[in-house]
Design a protein around this ligand. Sequence first.
Ligand code: AMP
Ligand code: ZN
Length: 117
Amino acid sequence: MSCIFCQIIKKEMPADIIYENEQVVAFKDIHPKAPLHFLIIPKKHIPSVDHLEEEDKELMGELVLSAKKIAKEQGVSAAYKLVFNVGRAGGQIIDHIHLHLLAGWKSDKERDIPGMP
Ligand code: AMP
Ligand code: ZN
């Protein structure tokens, strides 16, 4: 059985997909840690940042540029966080690389997210 995010990519598992292109998919995090919380993932299964190879350079560029596009589409270009958790002790629970896009706070206080930098 493929990983949960691979299942979302193949549409075998439901998700609220907000963006998709040839290389990446983005969807709403099921347990949001900010007023807006999306996960941006490559369609290629890579377990974590620690598993990246030289050949993944362009794909990671695409991932970050997709985050920028999504922030614009969602009207939060002026203020957002991008986070990769790496390894269990680093807070990673799903072993398919994913970029968290967090945004939508109304105050600095609201922006303090437990478990996130
Ligand atoms: P991490 O802790 O960096 O591995 O982040 C995994 C994220 O995936 C968490 O924020 C979860 O809330 C989220 N998540 C887990 N399962 C799903 C799912 N089926 N759909 C959307 N988000 C999910
Ligand atoms: Zn996967």
